[in-house]
Design a protein around this ligand. Structure first.
Ligand SMILES: Cc1cc2nc3c(=O)[nH]c(=O)nc-3n(C[C@H](O)[C@H](O)[C@H](O)COP(=O)(O)O)c2cc1C
Length: 293
């Protein structure tokens, strides 16, 4: 019900209020060759053009749009509240490559990251080749815990290496690997060997959840935060300063975003905070980051 109310409020023209931009040269961020106005990214969740268009005017430095080759339907009920966060099994509900291309052709706004998932390497590559001229960055989602085969590449590092190589062969835009929760050393090494310079730590955490149709889903929100900080620190220490890291999981305040950046993140992203804390959070985080500079 809360999500429906939130979406209803989002339909009002609030993005026209002159309150979202925290425009400051000091916030500008280079993310693997792509210039963002600030380091606060809307993480993958949405596929609806109207939400992406609105979010692009709500203070984010980039917005993420998810897509698969063919349109996919979601499951219902698909999201339930757990403490301050959610458990979801929305899968990859999206309009598919063709409709997404039409939307992107007319899009104007902050940089777009396309979050791509697929059942095979060919499917990922087809979407990259088809859509890359209309986007700024491409995120390989190998970490969706709540659909069949969603974790396939995360759990099979050799296959992941193949995917990274092929994606890098066809890809002209900066590539990001969206990691699953855990240590990921082998996967990150394969990404770097394939000249992929950006990782996003991380997707949701698989948990049992009786209220969802499949009996499990992906946990998001504050319960993930300490894991996000711990692993971001570890990745930065092990893989050095050249790797770009997006910290994702449980960030819902300026202080939490700042700590993630101090722990080694090059940028931060969130979804749950957008739903629970509302559309002003990106501005709040950017102001806090400026205040701590
Ligand atoms: C409803 C919902 C849908 C999501 N869909 C995707 C997706 O399609 N691709 C993806 O890589 N991550 C997806 N995520 C994961 C988020 O991008 C993010 O990694 C995760 O929620 C942790 O961040 P948070 O605690 O700020 O929400 C989704 C999360 C939620 C809550």
């Amino acid at each position: 019900m809360a999500i429906s109310i939130g979406r209803g409020l989002l339909k009002l023209p609030i993005e026209q209020l002159p309150v979202f931009e925290a425009d400051d040269l000091e916030l500008r961020t280079n993310l693997g060759g792509c210039e963002l106005p600030n380091p606060v990214v809307m993480a993958a969740c949405y596929h609806q053009p109207w939400i992406i268009k609105k979010a692009s005017k709500m203070g984010f430095g980039a917005v993420t749009l998810k897509v698969t080759k063919n349109p996919r339907k979601g499951t219902k009920p698909n999201i339930v509240r757990r403490e301050e966060g959610f458990v979801n099994c929305v899968g990859f509900e999206n309009a598919g490559m063709e409709k997404t291309r039409e939307f992107l052709k007319g899009y104007e706004g902050v940089p777009v990251i396309l979050n791509i998932a697929g059942d095979s390497i060919d499917e990922y590559c087809e979407v990259i080749e088809d859509l890359q001229d209309y986007t700024d960055m491409i995120e390989l989602n190998i970490s969706c815990p709540n659909i069949e085969n969603g974790l396939y590449f995360s759990e099979n590092p050799k296959q992941a290496r193949e995917l990274f190589r092929e994606a890098n062969n066809v890809g002209k835009k900066p590539l990001i690997v969206k990691l699953s929760r855990g240590e990921n050393q082998e996967i990150i090494s394969h990404a770097i060997d394939s000249e992929i310079g950006i990782v996003n730590y991380a997707n949701t955490l698989p948990v049992k959840e009786k209220r969802l149709p499949m009996g499990f889903g992906g946990l998001s929100g504050p319960e993930l935060y300490e894991d996000t900080i711990r692993i971001v620190k570890k990745i930065r220490k092990e893989f050095g300063e050249d790797l770009y890291i997006i910290a994702t999981g449980g960030i819902d305040s300026g202080e939490k975003a700042y700590r993630a950046m101090e722990s080694g993140a090059s940028a931060i992203s969130y979804v749950t905070g957008f739903i629970t804390r509302g559309p002003f959070l990106a501005r709040e985080i950017n102001e806090y980051l400026l205040f701590r500079k």
